[in-house]
Design a binder for this molecule. Sequence first.
Ligand code: NA7
Length: 542
Amino acid sequence: MSTTDTTAEIESHEVIVIGAGVCGLYALHKMREMGLDVALLEAGGDLGGTWYWNRYPGARFDSESYSYGYSFDQEILEQWNWTEHFSPQPETLRYLNFVADKLSLRADMQFNARVCAAVFDESAVVWRLMLEDGRELSCHLLLTAIGMLSAATLPQFKGMDNFQGESFHTYQWPQEPVDLAGKKVAVIGTGATGVQLIGEIADKVGELTVYQRRPNWCAPLHNAPIDADTMARIKASYEEIFALCERTPGGFMHEPDRRKLAEVSEEERLALWEELYAAPGFGIWLGNFRDVLIDPEANAEFSEFIAQKIRQRVDDPAVAELLIPKDHGFGSRRVPMETHYYEAFNRDNVTLLDVNKAPIEHITAHGIQTADGERSYDLIVYATGFDAITGAFDRMDFTGVNGQKLADKWRDGPLTYLGMGVSGFPNLLTLAGPQGASVSSNFPPNIEFSVNWAVGLIEYFRAHGYTRMEPTADSEAQWLQEVQAGYEGSLLSTAKSWFTGYNSNVPGHDKLRYLMYLSGSPRYRQRLEAVAQENYGGFSFE
Ligand code: NA7
């Protein structure tokens, strides 16, 4: 039930959740469970968030499906059957719809409801939301679940609008089927998205040209179907699966090997590496010897092991060298998980171009002009990534106390307390937001934790009759130090990628920004639980 703000006759709620992805759906469910008057606003035409938008061929989990599903509802766990170990996008979207239907969430969701601006009205102690369709809504508590990779970024090439064929960013892949058969296709970008897409479409298009700026260290996903018996076994072991995710640093089903490289013989080392290379999922990144992501020498040794794998799999040695990263070690950027990616470059219809040698000059009416000539295409796909983690906030125009803009406050990087709130922006909870642990881990397990924690905070707030809460500036400054400490000693902080806040297509995003809590989900949870036990110390309440 919504109320009406009598002065302006605007729709008003106790709580508004923005975003109908994995986080927003669970947040909506919990707010309803608390008996609050809540509405959810979603920019897309339906629910699903990341899994609604990313419809490009090959889009799928790199997390084991059964570790990505929600853990909170026994009936959902019992009734839902995953059909692949790493679920493809259409199945994941069906799953989220199944969950929403089971929990009857749709009634409180509004679609095609893009929030453009959110202004905190200090006298009324409400957030006023301006929507793209001209509507205004207000709420007492604002919960953002706006995604960490939801602000897609296109490159800034001249002539992009003049291209007469089809072109789009992978995030905006059309809902209707795209006919690829016999088509001349260009893909720009070789991050996790480009790698999934290229591996999937290489044998379905006429010709494929890949424009690569920097290669990534990719590893085989080894996806496989799940038969009925296996699914029954998975269902019987959900408890262990979730317990495992709870104790690993990244919330995945992969635990680091506690040994250091120097502690094992050459033979043992190779045996583990071969085993990891042949095993499904992120084990190769997260289940490796514990110094591989910390010690540059150990990392260099492992990187060379992977380089040899690439050389073995790619027929043309010059192409193989082009696919081997030279500017960063394995795992210091997000490791794209691949299916037939390297083999794609052995096909006669696939060409790899190095844009460092022949930079893209502009997009023409028929194709792409580089320093060494023009190539024509039917379709250009921009797999060029996202203004990660803070982009969705920057695009929404938040105004807090005294007219302060969140985008200004965060110009050099986000400032938050626990990744959950921002000083100067009262009654705003940034669920799964910057500097939290969800953004640096298997998303759903930490989402459930963060939303449950927010529920505790809201209960405390309401039980004490408070009307306004926000983190103190001091607690925010201390949290920044804690977040920064997580970057120390990790090779992750040495590489330029969306993990570290770089995006060549966004002005100003050319330096390290502290976007994530990197000290591990278990520590993050302990830290937040301690804050809850101390009556939410670090927040000020009125
Ligand atoms: P990423 O990982 O940011 O990759 C974007 C890719 O696009 C990357 O290869 C970039 O090269 C390339 N890129 C970006 N702009 C340009 C321009 N202007 N010219 C040439 N190449 C460009 O995004 P993804 O979508 O692949 O993955 C994001 C996450 O989504 C992923 O980690 C998963 O967690 C889900 P660069 O490396 O910057 O040289």
